[in-house]
Design a protein around this ligand. Structure first.
Ligand code: SF4
Ligand code: SF4
Length: 281
């Protein structure tokens, strides 16, 4: 279990307990303000990418200190975790409304509109994330009328996220003032700033999944489709054996490789059941 499960989930998957505290959203003005700020100021994300590049060049001692401080702060305000598609489905089961929005990361990194992000509301009254986003005057959301907001059903959201997984994108859940959950995103290492920050620059702003993947060598035919999609470089190929293997030290447990395996050779299991990975977050 990750530290959020212990702190916010009473030892269970924290994001599956989200409906217990989600209703707090509107009563906490700071959280609303934070969400507004997040969507209003994509330019600040661009600044962060330059800071990360500078951090890569910093002396180790400074770097370690900054990494600890950034990660500690992000855990309080905006932190993510990788999710397998099954857990995306479980979150959507208690979600009242879903609104699809343009991905702020791709807005910054590609300058393109890509609707890979889903604002979710879980309070019993429902619809609240959509209301908050509609209240923003953010050019990011295609202008003051926020025409870019698209309300969809939970079933449509799950179907779209399965499609994103087939494209090779990894699902992640995000807090807006932890532990409130405000969104589910679909990330890749090239364009997602959080994934780049965590994996490329080594500054953790998201946890690995509670799951981890393994290959059944008896079923694997060595086609290497799984290698093609792993965003984390966790799949190795043995030319001698003609089999793929997953290095548990690198696996984030997203399950994207599994959806590419026509032989059904990849399974996900609980991270805690694999000693080499149980404490890797
Ligand atoms: S996609 Fe499946 S069959 Fe192909 S190499 Fe990976 S595990 Fe083996
Ligand atoms: S090997 Fe692990 S990290 Fe890579 S795609 Fe599969 S589950 Fe995700």
């Amino acid at each position: 279990m990750c530290e959020f499960c212990l702190k916010h989930g009473e030892g269970r998957k924290w994001y599956l307990q989200a409906q217990n505290y989600s209703e707090d959203l509107l009563s906490d003005g700071r959280r609303r303000e934070f969400i507004g700020q997040f969507f209003r100021e994509p330019r600040s994300l661009k600044k962060n990418t330059r800071r990360l590049e500078a951090l890569d060049r910093a002396p180790k001692q400074v770097r370690d200190m900054v990494i600890r401080a950034v990660s500690r702060r992000q855990k309080k305000v905006h932190f993510g975790q990788v999710l397998p598609i099954e857990d995306v489905g479980r979150i959507l089961e208690f979600t009242n409304s879903v609104v699809r929005v343009e991905c702020i990361c791709r807005h910054v990194t590609l300058g393109k509109e890509k609707r890979y992000c889903y604002g979710v509301s879980m309070g019993p009254n429902g619809g609240r994330m959509a209301e908050i986003l509609r209240g923003l005057d953010g050019s990011f959301l295609n202008g003051p009328n926020t025409a870019g907001l698209e309300s969809i059903t939970r079933e449509e959201a799950l179907g779209a996220m399965r499609d994103h997984e087939r494209e090779g994108l990894c699902h992640t859940v995000w807090t807006f003032h932890t532990p409130f959950i405000g969104g589910i995103c679909n990330c890749d290492r090239s364009d997602c700033l959080a994934m780049r920050t965590t994996v490329t620059h080594g500054v953790p702003v998201m946890f690995r999944a509670e799951t981890i993947a393994s290959v059944d060598p008896d079923l694997c035919t060595g086609c290497r489709q799984c290698m093609r999609v792993c965003q984390f470089g966790a799949v190795a190929y043995s030319a001698a054996d003609r089999k793929a293997r997953i290095d548990h030290r690198w696996c984030y447990g997203c399950g994207v490789c599994r959806s590419q395996c026509a032989k059904g050779a990849i399974r996900l299991e609980s991270r805690s059941s694999v000693p080499a990975a149980a404490k890797l977050w």
